[in-house]
Design a protein around this ligand. Structure first.
Ligand code: DP6
Length: 324
């Protein structure tokens, strides 16, 4: 029996991943960029146990069966094959943020599962390979393995589709002030959304400009140019949601307060606050701002009715082994 525990932060995408060229391998149609979110993490213990008859999975202390267990087990199959082991595993995971509500829980979960599973087997793989393995569990999980500000190169093969850090967490003092407007589990998960992305006439247009937005976003982060960063980040989020809304069947992730907050953020920026919004596949609004303006943004969000909670996250580290 061998065991290890790893922790991985969630991440927020500034240039979005939406749609695959290969759904099984999770090869994305475009490269993406994200920032790890300090303190919003999944912590996962993997125990490879020859005595087990089947994999088991507990999340926040509760045993899971059905589709959740199958997805974890499929990922364990990938690890077993790569690491040449046959044992089944006990997986115990906990999140310190709501699952399935626009804070990418699958990203943190599969990054932590990958790193813990490999460490528990006593193997040492390169970070690059860990990102490709995490990607097979959940595309965005590839970006939760490296530290700080991360780019995921789309690539056209399994080995080429990997993520790497391009700036450490302390490179730019920005904060993700998350306005939580729903803590419900979303009805249509990201995987189904990736599959239907091409049914939108707008996906081709979104993808056509993605490389240029990727380059612009990367440069604005490296130059710490907030105004240009805000422009490309909001635009990229709007494009992804336009694709979602025009897919068949359509995907509407916004709730009424979502739009209220988006409009307020634009207004606050016009008044001089350095803040912009971005949304993942959920109704919660990630308000990205410079550190000096984070308190103001947080207070203003609290004052909006229907905002259930406000969470702050600074740029975070990559996945780490915390016990072996
Ligand atoms: C909207 O990585 O959750 O958050 O690969 O099917 O697990 P799967 O999808 P997932 O998709 C994330 C989509 C997004 C945008 C992003 O994080 O880039």
């Amino acid at each position: 029996m061998s065991t290890a525990t790893a922790r991985a932060n969630a991440n927020i995408a500034f240039i979005k991943y939406w749609g695959n060229t290969d759904n099984d391998l999770r090869l994305p149609v475009n490269s993406s960029i994200s920032m790890n979110l300090d303190g919003l993490h999944a912590q996962t213990t993997v125990t490879w146990d020859d005595g087990l008859e089947a994999d088991t999975f507990a999340l926040n202390g509760k045993a899971h069966f059905g589709e959740a267990l199958r997805r974890v087990s499929r990922h364990l199959d990938v690890l077993r094959q790569r690491l040449n082991i046959e044992a089944r595993a006990r997986v115990e995971s906990s999140n310190n943020f709501p699952t399935g509500a626009g804070i990418a829980s699958s990203a943190a979960a599969f990054a932590a599962l990958t790193v813990a599973g490999v460490a528990a087997a006593g193997a040492a793989l390169t970070e690059r390979e860990l990102t490709t393995i995490a990607r097979l569990g959940s595309g965005s999980a590839s970006r939760s393995v490296p530290t700080g500000f991360v780019e995921w190169h789309a690539g056209s093969t399994h080995d080429e589709s990997f993520a790497e850090s391009f700036a450490p967490p302390d490179y730019w003092d920005i904060v993700d002030v998350i306005a939580v407007v729903s803590q419900q589990h979303k009805q249509v998960g990201s995987s189904a959304g990736h599959h239907s992305a091409l049914t939108s006439d707008l996906q081709a247009a979104r993808v056509a400009g993605a490389e240029q937005r990727f380059e612009t976003c990367r440069r604005t982060i490296l130059e710490r140019d907030f105004a240009a960063f805000a422009d490309v980040v909001e635009h990229d989020s709007n494009l992804m949601h336009a694709v979602m809304m025009t897919s068949r069947p359509p995907l509407f992730y916004w709730l009424p307060p979502t739009l209220t907050i988006m409009e307020q953020v634009r207004q606050w920026r016009a008044e001089g606050l350095r803040v912009c919004y971005t949304l993942d596949a959920g109704p919660n609004v990630h308000c990205i701002c410079v550190r000096d303006d984070a308190e103001q943004v947080s207070q203003r969000l609290h004052a909006i009715s229907d905002v259930l909670d406000v969470r702050l996250a600074r740029p975070g580290a990559g996945a780490t082994i915390i016990n072996i």
